[in-house]
Design a protein around this ligand. Structure first.
Ligand code: G3I
Length: 338
Protein backbone atom coordinates (compact mmCIF):
# COMPACT_ATOMS: atom_id res chain seq x y z
CA UNK A 1 0.00 0.00 0.00
CA UNK A 2 2.88 2.42 0.67
CA UNK A 3 4.21 2.13 -2.88
CA UNK A 4 0.66 2.40 -4.16
CA UNK A 5 0.37 5.71 -2.25
CA UNK A 6 3.54 6.95 -3.93
CA UNK A 7 2.40 5.94 -7.40
CA UNK A 8 -1.02 7.47 -6.81
CA UNK A 9 0.63 10.84 -6.18
CA UNK A 10 2.29 11.15 -9.55
CA UNK A 11 1.29 14.51 -10.98
CA UNK A 12 -0.61 15.63 -7.90
CA UNK A 13 2.29 16.27 -5.52
CA UNK A 14 3.20 19.93 -5.04
CA UNK A 15 6.79 20.76 -4.02
CA UNK A 16 7.66 24.44 -3.78
CA UNK A 17 8.78 27.51 -1.91
CA UNK A 18 7.95 31.12 -1.06
CA UNK A 19 7.95 34.12 -3.36
CA UNK A 20 7.25 37.81 -2.83
CA UNK A 21 7.03 40.26 -5.72
CA UNK A 22 9.75 42.39 -4.15
CA UNK A 23 12.21 39.48 -4.13
CA UNK A 24 15.32 40.41 -6.09
CA UNK A 25 17.41 38.32 -8.54
CA UNK A 26 14.42 37.54 -10.73
CA UNK A 27 16.53 35.51 -13.14
CA UNK A 28 17.50 33.10 -10.34
CA UNK A 29 13.87 32.79 -9.30
CA UNK A 30 12.76 32.20 -12.88
CA UNK A 31 15.31 29.43 -13.32
CA UNK A 32 14.68 27.59 -10.06
CA UNK A 33 10.89 27.97 -10.16
CA UNK A 34 10.74 26.49 -13.66
CA UNK A 35 12.80 23.41 -12.78
CA UNK A 36 13.00 22.63 -9.03
CA UNK A 37 10.29 24.46 -7.05
CA UNK A 38 6.97 23.93 -8.87
CA UNK A 39 4.57 25.22 -6.19
CA UNK A 40 4.41 28.78 -4.85
CA UNK A 41 3.21 30.46 -1.68
CA UNK A 42 3.47 34.20 -1.03
CA UNK A 43 5.85 34.74 1.89
CA UNK A 44 4.02 37.93 2.89
CA UNK A 45 1.88 39.13 0.01
CA UNK A 46 -1.34 37.34 0.99
CA UNK A 47 -1.34 38.31 4.67
CA UNK A 48 -4.01 40.56 6.15
CA UNK A 49 -1.80 43.66 6.32
CA UNK A 50 -1.12 43.34 2.59
CA UNK A 51 -4.61 42.36 1.43
CA UNK A 52 -6.86 44.72 3.44
CA UNK A 53 -4.71 47.72 4.37
CA UNK A 54 -7.84 49.71 5.21
CA UNK A 55 -11.06 48.22 6.52
CA UNK A 56 -13.33 46.83 3.84
CA UNK A 57 -10.91 47.70 1.02
CA UNK A 58 -9.52 44.53 -0.55
CA UNK A 59 -6.08 44.97 -2.10
CA UNK A 60 -4.86 41.70 -3.62
CA UNK A 61 -2.08 43.15 -5.80
CA UNK A 62 0.77 41.50 -3.86
CA UNK A 63 -1.07 38.20 -3.50
CA UNK A 64 -2.05 38.11 -7.17
CA UNK A 65 1.52 39.04 -8.07
CA UNK A 66 2.79 35.90 -6.36
CA UNK A 67 0.07 33.81 -7.99
CA UNK A 68 0.96 35.27 -11.41
CA UNK A 69 4.59 34.29 -10.83
CA UNK A 70 3.38 30.73 -10.23
CA UNK A 71 1.21 30.77 -13.34
CA UNK A 72 4.10 32.13 -15.45
CA UNK A 73 5.88 28.78 -15.12
CA UNK A 74 2.83 26.51 -15.01
CA UNK A 75 3.25 26.14 -11.26
CA UNK A 76 0.55 25.76 -8.62
CA UNK A 77 -0.22 28.20 -5.82
CA UNK A 78 -1.39 27.98 -2.20
CA UNK A 79 -2.75 30.75 0.04
CA UNK A 80 -1.09 31.88 3.27
CA UNK A 81 -3.11 33.13 5.23
CA UNK A 82 -6.54 34.58 5.91
CA UNK A 83 -6.19 34.89 9.70
CA UNK A 84 -3.11 35.34 11.91
CA UNK A 85 -2.54 37.39 15.04
CA UNK A 86 0.65 38.78 13.41
CA UNK A 87 0.89 41.12 10.43
CA UNK A 88 -2.67 42.34 10.93
CA UNK A 89 -3.56 45.64 9.26
CA UNK A 90 -3.02 48.86 11.20
CA UNK A 91 -6.80 49.42 11.66
CA UNK A 92 -6.98 46.21 13.73
CA UNK A 93 -7.47 45.52 16.58
CA UNK A 94 -9.21 48.90 16.88
CA UNK A 95 -12.21 49.13 19.16
CA UNK A 96 -14.42 46.55 17.58
CA UNK A 97 -16.59 44.27 19.63
CA UNK A 98 -15.95 40.53 19.46
CA UNK A 99 -19.32 40.13 17.69
CA UNK A 100 -18.28 42.67 15.02
CA UNK A 101 -14.99 40.81 14.49
CA UNK A 102 -16.67 37.41 14.30
CA UNK A 103 -19.82 38.50 12.46
CA UNK A 104 -18.45 41.03 9.99
CA UNK A 105 -14.72 41.73 9.95
CA UNK A 106 -13.40 38.19 9.62
CA UNK A 107 -16.07 36.95 7.13
CA UNK A 108 -15.65 40.10 5.02
CA UNK A 109 -11.86 39.66 4.88
CA UNK A 110 -11.90 35.91 4.25
CA UNK A 111 -14.51 36.22 1.49
CA UNK A 112 -12.70 39.05 -0.28
CA UNK A 113 -9.38 37.24 -0.25
CA UNK A 114 -10.50 33.71 -1.09
CA UNK A 115 -13.06 34.83 -3.70
CA UNK A 116 -10.54 37.27 -5.17
CA UNK A 117 -7.77 34.69 -5.50
CA UNK A 118 -9.94 32.18 -7.33
CA UNK A 119 -10.70 28.48 -7.27
CA UNK A 120 -7.32 27.22 -8.48
CA UNK A 121 -5.61 27.81 -5.12
CA UNK A 122 -4.64 24.32 -3.91
CA UNK A 123 -5.08 25.13 -0.22
CA UNK A 124 -5.50 28.03 2.19
CA UNK A 125 -4.10 28.49 5.66
CA UNK A 126 -7.46 29.72 6.93
CA UNK A 127 -6.06 30.21 10.42
CA UNK A 128 -2.36 30.41 11.22
CA UNK A 129 -0.76 29.69 14.62
CA UNK A 130 -3.89 29.74 16.78
CA UNK A 131 -2.72 27.08 19.28
CA UNK A 132 -0.59 28.09 22.25
CA UNK A 133 2.93 26.90 23.02
CA UNK A 134 2.16 26.05 26.63
CA UNK A 135 -0.58 23.52 25.97
CA UNK A 136 -0.76 20.17 27.70
CA UNK A 137 -2.40 16.85 26.96
CA UNK A 138 -6.11 16.72 27.63
CA UNK A 139 -6.80 20.42 27.04
CA UNK A 140 -10.00 21.26 25.20
CA UNK A 141 -9.79 23.05 21.84
CA UNK A 142 -10.84 26.29 23.54
CA UNK A 143 -8.16 25.89 26.21
CA UNK A 144 -5.56 25.15 23.49
CA UNK A 145 -6.48 28.35 21.66
CA UNK A 146 -6.86 30.51 24.78
CA UNK A 147 -3.34 29.37 25.73
CA UNK A 148 -2.05 31.32 22.71
CA UNK A 149 -2.55 34.72 24.35
CA UNK A 150 -1.46 36.80 21.35
CA UNK A 151 -4.87 38.01 20.32
CA UNK A 152 -5.60 41.57 19.29
CA UNK A 153 -7.89 43.18 21.85
CA UNK A 154 -11.18 43.75 20.10
CA UNK A 155 -13.61 44.67 22.84
CA UNK A 156 -15.72 47.76 22.20
CA UNK A 157 -14.57 49.43 25.40
CA UNK A 158 -10.93 48.69 24.65
CA UNK A 159 -10.69 46.99 28.00
CA UNK A 160 -8.06 44.63 26.65
CA UNK A 161 -10.23 41.58 27.18
CA UNK A 162 -8.94 39.14 24.56
CA UNK A 163 -11.14 37.99 21.73
CA UNK A 164 -10.97 34.34 22.64
CA UNK A 165 -13.95 33.60 24.85
CA UNK A 166 -15.03 30.93 22.39
CA UNK A 167 -13.91 29.50 19.05
CA UNK A 168 -16.53 31.33 16.98
CA UNK A 169 -13.86 33.47 15.26
CA UNK A 170 -12.21 30.29 13.92
CA UNK A 171 -15.53 28.73 12.90
CA UNK A 172 -16.51 31.97 11.14
CA UNK A 173 -13.27 31.99 9.14
CA UNK A 174 -13.70 28.37 8.08
CA UNK A 175 -17.42 28.71 7.24
CA UNK A 176 -16.65 31.67 5.00
CA UNK A 177 -13.63 29.98 3.44
CA UNK A 178 -15.70 26.88 2.64
CA UNK A 179 -18.43 29.04 1.10
CA UNK A 180 -16.07 30.83 -1.30
CA UNK A 181 -13.11 28.51 -1.92
CA UNK A 182 -12.80 26.30 -4.99
CA UNK A 183 -14.32 22.81 -4.72
CA UNK A 184 -10.87 21.20 -4.62
CA UNK A 185 -9.22 23.72 -2.29
CA UNK A 186 -8.18 22.33 1.08
CA UNK A 187 -8.77 24.49 4.14
CA UNK A 188 -6.01 24.27 6.72
CA UNK A 189 -5.11 24.95 10.31
CA UNK A 190 -1.41 25.81 10.07
CA UNK A 191 1.03 25.79 13.01
CA UNK A 192 4.63 25.25 14.09
CA UNK A 193 6.33 22.88 16.58
CA UNK A 194 3.89 20.15 15.55
CA UNK A 195 4.13 16.89 13.62
CA UNK A 196 4.92 14.24 16.21
CA UNK A 197 3.47 13.29 19.59
CA UNK A 198 3.62 16.85 20.95
CA UNK A 199 0.63 18.12 22.98
CA UNK A 200 0.37 20.93 20.41
CA UNK A 201 -0.14 18.37 17.64
CA UNK A 202 -2.97 16.79 19.63
CA UNK A 203 -4.50 20.25 20.09
CA UNK A 204 -4.38 20.95 16.35
CA UNK A 205 -5.99 17.61 15.49
CA UNK A 206 -8.73 18.16 18.09
CA UNK A 207 -9.25 21.67 16.72
CA UNK A 208 -9.83 20.21 13.26
CA UNK A 209 -12.48 17.94 14.81
CA UNK A 210 -14.09 20.95 16.55
CA UNK A 211 -14.10 22.90 13.28
CA UNK A 212 -15.75 20.02 11.44
CA UNK A 213 -18.35 19.53 14.16
CA UNK A 214 -19.25 23.24 14.24
CA UNK A 215 -19.16 24.01 10.53
CA UNK A 216 -20.15 20.64 8.94
CA UNK A 217 -17.34 21.16 6.43
CA UNK A 218 -16.48 17.64 5.17
CA UNK A 219 -13.26 16.28 6.67
CA UNK A 220 -11.90 15.73 3.14
CA UNK A 221 -11.82 19.50 2.60
CA UNK A 222 -9.85 20.10 5.80
CA UNK A 223 -6.08 19.94 6.26
CA UNK A 224 -3.36 20.44 8.83
CA UNK A 225 -0.29 22.41 7.84
CA UNK A 226 2.87 21.42 9.73
CA UNK A 227 5.16 24.45 9.31
CA UNK A 228 8.33 22.47 10.21
CA UNK A 229 10.73 25.28 11.13
CA UNK A 230 13.36 22.91 12.52
CA UNK A 231 16.66 23.20 14.37
CA UNK A 232 19.05 20.32 13.71
CA UNK A 233 21.59 21.23 16.39
CA UNK A 234 19.08 20.95 19.24
CA UNK A 235 17.17 17.95 17.90
CA UNK A 236 14.22 20.20 17.20
CA UNK A 237 12.56 17.90 14.68
CA UNK A 238 10.37 14.78 14.58
CA UNK A 239 11.26 11.31 13.33
CA UNK A 240 9.87 9.98 10.07
CA UNK A 241 7.88 7.39 12.02
CA UNK A 242 6.39 9.99 14.36
CA UNK A 243 5.33 12.08 11.35
CA UNK A 244 3.92 9.00 9.62
CA UNK A 245 1.85 8.20 12.70
CA UNK A 246 0.42 11.72 12.82
CA UNK A 247 -0.34 11.72 9.11
CA UNK A 248 -2.04 8.35 9.52
CA UNK A 249 -4.23 9.71 12.32
CA UNK A 250 -5.34 12.51 10.01
CA UNK A 251 -5.81 10.11 7.11
CA UNK A 252 -8.20 8.02 9.22
CA UNK A 253 -10.33 11.16 9.59
CA UNK A 254 -10.10 11.93 5.88
CA UNK A 255 -8.04 15.06 6.62
CA UNK A 256 -4.99 16.04 4.55
CA UNK A 257 -1.54 16.78 5.93
CA UNK A 258 0.92 19.30 4.47
CA UNK A 259 4.47 20.36 5.22
CA UNK A 260 4.02 24.11 4.79
CA UNK A 261 7.15 26.05 5.82
CA UNK A 262 10.15 23.76 6.06
CA UNK A 263 13.59 25.05 6.91
CA UNK A 264 16.30 23.46 9.08
CA UNK A 265 18.74 25.66 10.97
CA UNK A 266 22.22 24.07 11.00
CA UNK A 267 24.17 27.19 12.03
CA UNK A 268 27.28 26.45 9.94
CA UNK A 269 27.79 25.22 6.42
CA UNK A 270 30.07 22.40 7.50
CA UNK A 271 29.92 19.14 5.56
CA UNK A 272 28.56 17.07 8.48
CA UNK A 273 25.91 19.72 9.22
CA UNK A 274 24.80 19.88 5.60
CA UNK A 275 24.71 16.08 5.40
CA UNK A 276 22.60 15.96 8.57
CA UNK A 277 20.30 18.66 7.16
CA UNK A 278 19.85 16.59 3.99
CA UNK A 279 18.95 13.48 5.99
CA UNK A 280 16.28 15.27 8.02
CA UNK A 281 14.86 16.99 4.92
CA UNK A 282 14.68 13.62 3.16
CA UNK A 283 12.88 12.03 6.11
CA UNK A 284 10.24 14.78 6.18
CA UNK A 285 9.77 14.55 2.42
CA UNK A 286 9.44 10.76 2.51
CA UNK A 287 6.98 10.96 5.41
CA UNK A 288 4.82 13.14 3.18
CA UNK A 289 5.40 11.28 -0.09
CA UNK A 290 4.59 7.91 1.47
CA UNK A 291 1.45 9.15 3.22
CA UNK A 292 -1.71 8.81 1.15
CA UNK A 293 -3.01 12.16 2.46
CA UNK A 294 0.01 14.45 2.00
CA UNK A 295 0.18 16.38 -1.31
CA UNK A 296 1.97 19.65 -0.56
CA UNK A 297 5.52 20.22 0.65
CA UNK A 298 6.67 23.85 0.87
CA UNK A 299 10.19 24.99 1.77
CA UNK A 300 10.21 28.39 3.51
CA UNK A 301 12.48 30.85 1.69
CA UNK A 302 14.13 29.37 -1.39
CA UNK A 303 17.75 30.21 -0.49
CA UNK A 304 19.89 30.99 2.56
CA UNK A 305 20.43 34.71 1.91
CA UNK A 306 16.64 35.24 1.83
CA UNK A 307 15.85 33.15 4.89
CA UNK A 308 13.87 34.80 7.69
CA UNK A 309 16.24 32.87 10.00
CA UNK A 310 19.26 34.75 8.60
CA UNK A 311 21.98 33.56 6.22
CA UNK A 312 24.11 32.16 9.04
CA UNK A 313 21.40 29.65 9.89
CA UNK A 314 22.04 28.00 6.49
CA UNK A 315 18.47 26.83 6.84
CA UNK A 316 17.31 26.41 3.23
CA UNK A 317 17.95 24.22 0.20
CA UNK A 318 20.15 26.68 -1.71
CA UNK A 319 23.17 28.59 -0.39
CA UNK A 320 23.68 32.35 -0.32
CA UNK A 321 24.89 32.26 -3.94
CA UNK A 322 21.79 30.36 -5.01
CA UNK A 323 23.66 27.08 -5.51
CA UNK A 324 21.98 23.81 -4.48
CA UNK A 325 23.10 22.29 -1.17
CA UNK A 326 23.25 18.57 -0.33
CA UNK A 327 19.64 18.73 0.89
CA UNK A 328 18.52 19.99 -2.53
CA UNK A 329 20.13 16.96 -4.20
CA UNK A 330 18.62 14.70 -1.52
CA UNK A 331 15.06 15.86 -2.09
CA UNK A 332 15.52 15.88 -5.87
CA UNK A 333 16.57 12.23 -5.74
CA UNK A 334 13.56 11.31 -3.61
CA UNK A 335 11.17 13.28 -5.83
CA UNK A 336 12.08 11.21 -8.90
CA UNK A 337 8.98 9.97 -10.68
CA UNK A 338 6.70 12.46 -8.92
O1 G3I B 1 7.25 45.42 3.68
C1 G3I B 1 7.99 46.10 4.70
C2 G3I B 1 8.87 47.16 4.07
O2 G3I B 1 8.06 48.16 3.48
C3 G3I B 1 9.76 47.78 5.15
O3 G3I B 1 10.65 48.70 4.55
C4 G3I B 1 10.55 46.66 5.83
C5 G3I B 1 11.46 47.18 6.92
O4 G3I B 1 10.66 47.53 8.03
O5 G3I B 1 9.63 45.73 6.43
C6 G3I B 1 8.84 45.09 5.44
O6 G3I B 1 7.96 44.19 6.05
C7 G3I B 1 8.62 43.01 6.54
C8 G3I B 1 7.98 41.80 5.84
O7 G3I B 1 8.52 40.58 6.37
C9 G3I B 1 8.24 41.83 4.34
O8 G3I B 1 9.62 41.75 4.11
C10 G3I B 1 8.35 42.92 8.03
O9 G3I B 1 9.07 43.96 8.67
C11 G3I B 1 8.84 41.58 8.55
O10 G3I B 1 8.44 41.40 9.90
C12 G3I B 1 8.19 40.44 7.75
O11 G3I B 1 8.74 39.21 8.23
C13 G3I B 1 7.99 38.05 7.82
C14 G3I B 1 7.44 37.37 9.08
O12 G3I B 1 6.73 36.18 8.69
C15 G3I B 1 6.50 38.30 9.80
O13 G3I B 1 6.08 37.68 10.99
C16 G3I B 1 8.93 37.09 7.11
O14 G3I B 1 9.35 37.66 5.87
C17 G3I B 1 8.24 35.76 6.84
O15 G3I B 1 9.17 34.79 6.37
C18 G3I B 1 7.62 35.21 8.13
O16 G3I B 1 6.91 34.08 7.79
C19 G3I B 1 6.21 33.45 8.89
C20 G3I B 1 4.95 32.83 8.32
O17 G3I B 1 4.18 33.82 7.70
C21 G3I B 1 4.18 32.10 9.41
N1 G3I B 1 5.03 31.08 10.06
C22 G3I B 1 6.27 31.64 10.61
C23 G3I B 1 7.07 32.33 9.51
C24 G3I B 1 8.39 32.83 10.06
O18 G3I B 1 8.16 33.84 11.01
Amino acid sequence: TVLAAVTAKKGTFHFGSTYDTFDADQSWFDGVFSTFYRHVVAENGCKWDATEPSQGVSSLTECVGAQSFANQFGNTFRGHNTFWHSQTPSWLPGSFSASQVVGTIIPQHVQAEIQGMGASVTSWDVVNEVVGDGVSAGMTSLQCVQNKGDWPTVTSDGSGVPLVTDLSFIFAAFKTAFQFAGANTRLAVNDYNTGGAEAKTACVINLIKSIQANTTIPFNRLAVGFQSHLTASTGGFDSKSALASTFSTLSALGVSAMITEMDIEVNANTTPNLRYQAAIWGDYLDACLFASNCFEFINWDPRDDLSWRGSAAAATLFDTNGNPKPAAYEVAARLQNF
